[in-house]
Design a protein around this ligand. Structure first.
Ligand code: SF4
Length: 425
């Protein structure tokens, strides 16, 4: 069996790094056909500026466009479907990607969310509730789809990189549906009908911390590339000290034939010894919250991460002591403790749906980011809330913004402690 190749380029000039990463794969001319249409899919899901590392870095996108132009394609298009409730063109503008791409000579931008020329594609052997998807014709018919994720921590999926970035090729309806079902399997369902043929990862200033919203960018000066998205993501994890065993989607991705994550099935080309133990704070365990009763047996990392974030949110907003009377349950269980008043029992995630009448149920698999925190503080269930409704979205966004500042201050202190402990500079 031939190995999946992943190239790694290190430096401080994005153009040189992208070119070197592609040279290590055989050169841009061997990867991109002359006179082809190339669609670039960055991560531009939220309206955050470049310095936050919430989105793919604009200088990196510019470097990719300039490098791909050397293969003489017919057209280069930047396309994205921003997160639910976010405007794609606003995100491309706020992130700096739009101007950087124009300056580099991009031919077009497309907002996948508002595209009307769609092709309905059934997902055969779907393993999630997503049974079909509507995809823009231009995306399906392009000769090349080049995935341009940024590597960043992600509280509900551990991290986001090549595999997860392709979630942004669907419109809001399917996107919402993906969050109501098993997200890891839904991501693989999407990959089963549309694949990026090349993945180039922005690890110039990837983000640690409580991503995707509360990121802590870190200088890493690195670009990764490869055709196999699983191998690319697995390599990014190894470079950042992340244990692959806790990532919920390597197994499903491998089973679906999307690629390899095992070390002996991947050939690394370029620099290997770039390693820094990234801070994924939501994976640090729950012993540090002895005041709370938290039962996480049967939970996967997505929900564990969410509970970790929830506990730190409570601390940062001085809500920790006042709510320590709750019992938090997460993960698949055959039975739950009896005799706890419903307003003191927090049931997080679809695994516990069958017990929802016994406590405050937070729906989703995994649930959305602020929902468990607000269920505890407000003592309310979180079910059937459609954040694609603009009015609800604005209420949610407003509250998240209000809570952001104290949480960021709290996060900075925790990150300093982590860096000291791991000797990170
Ligand atoms: S609801 Fe269950 S399966 Fe879904 S992410 Fe949470 S623990 Fe995992």
């Amino acid at each position: 069996m031939s190995k999946s190749i992943v190239s790694i380029a290190k430096g401080d000039d994005p153009e040189k790094m992208v070119e070197q990463a592609l040279d290590l794969l055989g050169g841009v001319q061997s990867l991109i056909k002359k006179e082809s249409t190339v669609v670039l899919k960055p991560n531009a899901g939220h309206p955050g500026p470049a310095e936050t590392s919430i989105n793919t870095n604009p200088a990196f996108v510019s470097a990719v466009i300039k490098t791909i132009q050397k293969a003489n394609p017919k057209k280069i298009i930047v396309a994205e479907a921003a997160a639910i409730g976010c405007d794609t063109m606003e995100c491309l503008e706020a992130s700096g990607i739009k101007q950087a791409a124009i300056d580099a000579g991009v031919d077009d931008f497309r907002d996948i969310k508002s595209d009307k020329d769609l092709i309905k594609i059934p997902i055969r052997d779907a393993r999630s509730a997503v049974q079909k998807v509507l995809l823009p014709r231009f995306l399906v018919e392009a000769e090349h789809l080049v995935n341009l994720p940024i590597f960043k921590s992600h509280c509900s999926m551990v991290f986001t990189c090549a595999l997860k970035n392709m979630k942004g090729v669907v419109q809001d309806k399917v996107h919402y549906q993906m969050h109501q079902t098993n997200l890891a399997e839904a991501m693989m369902d999407i990959w089963s009908v549309i694949k990026a043929d090349l993945n180039i990862v922005d690890m110039i200033r990837p983000a640690e911390g409580f991503g995707p919203h509360f990121t802590m960018p870190t200088d890493f000066g690195c670009v990764l590339a490869g055709k196999d998205p699983v191998a690319v993501d697995a390599t990014a994890c190894r470079l950042t000290g992340l244990d692959l065993g806790i990532v919920p989607y390597f197994g499903p991705a491998n089973e679906r034939g999307l690629g390899s994550f095992k070390e002996d099935e991947i050939e690394i080309r370029g620099l290997e010894k770039i390693r820094r133990v990234f801070w994924f704070p939501y994976l640090e365990g729950f012993d540090k919250y002895p005041e709370y009763t938290i039962d996480t047996t049967g939970a996967c990392s997505s929900c564990l991460a969410l509970v970790g974030l929830t506990m730190e949110k409570l601390k940062s907003l001085n809500q920790y002591d006042a709510n320590s009377d709750v019992t938090i349950l997460v993960g698949r269980k055959k039975e739950i403790p009896e005799g706890i008043p419903p307003e003191k029992l927090i049931l997080i995630g679809d695994c516990l749906k069958k017990f929802k009448k016994k406590g405050l149920y937070v729906e989703g698999c995994p649930p959305g980011e602020p929902a468990p925190h607000w269920a505890i503080v407000d003592r309310m269930t979180a079910e059937g809330i459609d954040i694609s409704d603009p009015e609800i979205f604005n209420i949610v966004r407003g509250r998240m913004e209000e809570e952001a500042f104290p949480f960021i201050e709290h996060m900075i202190k925790l990150k300093e402690e982590h860096d000291k402990q791991h000797g990170n500079k």
